[in-house]
Design a protein around this ligand. Structure first.
Ligand SMILES: [Zn+2]
Ligand SMILES: [Zn+2]
Length: 179
């Protein structure tokens, strides 16, 4: 059983709940959650501000943890590896966005806390394509927000090649997105 902090209804304090997620899907990853950021979207979902919250609702989509288990079809992540998980937890894998590496634009992308339980929990699950290995040397304690607010701001800086002396030197090796 997985223990988690859940809202049972909008604007309620979080309660501890337990659930069993059943067998791990072939392409899924189970993460032992070590850290999880709090984003304003968590608050919006906890309080059903967007009308799509399902209760009990376990928020948390800035997850950093260790791979606890991988589905039989997952080969690029290993048990024990430090990984992160953001807002999206699954993709169709067959549309043109998925085919060109722009999974974030997939019209069928699943939200980590939309209709599934997120990272305010001992464990969280997601499709392997949405789970990202943390680069060497990155502090797992502070990396969580990079998977939501961080990438939201950083991606356009990279896409549009924004240069500024104000930008801090980036220590991780970056790959420019295709096209
Ligand atoms: Zn967020
Ligand atoms: Zn897709």
């Amino acid at each position: 059983m997985i223990k988690a902090y859940a809202a049972l209804k909008p604007h309620s304090p979080l309660s501890v709940i337990e659930y069993d997620l059943g067998p791990l899907g072939r392409q899924d990853v189970e993460i032992d959650v070590d850290y999880c950021g709090i984003c304003h979207s968590d608050l919006s979902m906890l309080n059903n501000e967007w009308g799509m919250s399902a209760y009990p609702l376990v928020a948390g989509h800035e997850v950093v943890g260790r791979v606890a288990a991988v589905g039989v079809d997952v080969s690029h992540l290993k048990v024990g590896q430090v990984v992160g998980l953001g807002w999206q937890s699954g993709y169709c894998q067959v549309c043109s966005s998925c085919g060109s590496g722009d999974h974030n634009l997939c019209a069928a992308a699943e939200g980590t806390i939309v209709g599934r339980h997120g990272g305010f929990a001992e464990k969280v699950r997601a499709n392997a394509a949405s789970v990202v290995a943390l680069p060497e040397g990155m502090d797992p304690k502070t990396a969580g927000p990079l998977f939501c607010g961080g990438i939201t701001v950083f991606n356009p800086l990279l896409q549009f090649d924004v240069k500024s002396q104000l930008l801090l030197p980036v220590k991780v090796k970056l790959q420019k997105p295709k096209s």
